[in-house]
Design a protein around this ligand. Structure first.
Ligand code: C2E
Ligand code: MG
Ligand code: MG
Ligand code: MG
Length: 286
């Protein structure tokens, strides 16, 4: 085997990349089947107003329960879906499912102000997203402001095509959020003039708050500049009291993270809503 062949690292590399592509092939076939066999679900993670403690929305996150392999994380299957084009039907399913859930919560008298869905650059480039979103909303008689789309920095930097899609989406009243901010290369000034309402600061920056003064200084500067650009600031991956207190003190608008809740399947999320609709969430005073 490759180990016994020892120093022949080139061969080893070829083998492992062959294994990877074989795995991807498997995931791709399984994913195609998953779409047609109800193996996919959305989980919803609460987003909480940093000032009032009120629920302002949630992010819809794909969950795949494979019949043999168990839960497969989106970080594994989304890239395969993007490469294979399966992200297009997958992405349509996500939007439709999210809209149906928004409607169901409304009908149950437990409306969630807004649901965010993640949208891949492949969808922005190969799908008429603006029309798709519009059709889903009007088909269910939903207002555009109950939906938000999250796109990453690298998608938006793919060129004018993607940006013009987002401009149309935003003009129709759907919120646009820039996801994972800070993991790409663009500076905040590069965001000026882009069709976005909201900046989601990546979890890694929140985690860095615990690593001494540099992390705090960077976070504080990012929040201040985002506010200057009239962007709402969402902090992702908030887990602790200390992180929350710092973010509130520096003026972050919305908090998302395990501190409040993990992503919840729709039944669990409904229970969460029932529990919290009457009262505001407890927030430590910063
Ligand atoms: P994302 O859009 O940045 O989503 C946030 C991720 O951080 C989620 O991981 C969420 O579970 C996780 N998270 C939230 N709070 C915390 C926390 O306090 N601590 C920790 N350790 N993690 C936290 P998840 O659900 O595994 O999703 C990973 C990524 O997969 C997403 O990152 C997104 O890029 C992608 N993804 C998920 N669903 C979809 C989808 O429907 N479409 C597309 N295109 N991408 C999706
Ligand atoms: Mg996201
Ligand atoms: Mg993110
Ligand atoms: Mg991410």
């Amino acid at each position: 085997d490759a180990k016994r062949e020892g120093k022949n690292t080139y061969r080893f590399f070829c083998r492992s990349s062959a294994i990877t592509s074989l795995k991807n092939l498997e995931i791709k076939d399984d994913l195609r089947r998953a779409l047609n066999h109800n193996e996919l679900q959305l989980a919803y993670q609460p987003q909480i107003c940093a000032r009032s403690g009120r629920l302002v929305g949630c992010e819809a996150l794909l969950r795949w329960h494979h019949p043999d392999k168990g839960w497969i994380p989106p970080d594994v299957f989304i890239p395969v879906a993007e490469q294979s084009g399966l992200i297009l039907p997958l992405g349509r399913w996500v939007i439709l499912e999210a809209c149906h859930q928004i409607k169901a919560w409304q009908n149950a008298g437990n409306a969630v102000p807004r649901v965010s869905v993640n949208v891949s650059f492949v969808q922005l480039l190969r799908e008429d997203m603006h029309t798709l979103l519009h059709d889903c909303l009007t088909g269910l008689d939903l207002a555009p402001d109950c939906l938000a789309v999250e796109v990453t920095e690298s998608s938006i930097m793919r060129g004018e095509e993607a940006i013009s899609q987002l401009r149309k989406i935003r003009k129709s009243g759907i919120r646009v959020a820039l996801d994972d901010f800070g993991t790409g290369y663009s500076s905040l000034s590069a965001l000026k003039g882009l069709p976005i309402d909201e900046l989601k600061i990546d979890k890694s920056f929140v985690t860095d708050l615990n690593q001494g003064t540099d992390g705090k200084a960077i976070m504080s500067a990012v929040i201040a500049m985002a506010r200057q650009l009239n962007l709402e600031v969402v902090a992702e991956g908030v887990e602790t009291d200390t992180e929350l207190a710092y973010l509130r003190q520096k003026g972050a608008d919305i908090i998302q993270g395990y501190y409040f809740s993990k992503p919840l399947l729709h039944g669990e999320f409904s229970a969460y809503l029932n529990q919290h609709s009457a009262s505001r969430l407890q927030i430590v005073e910063g």
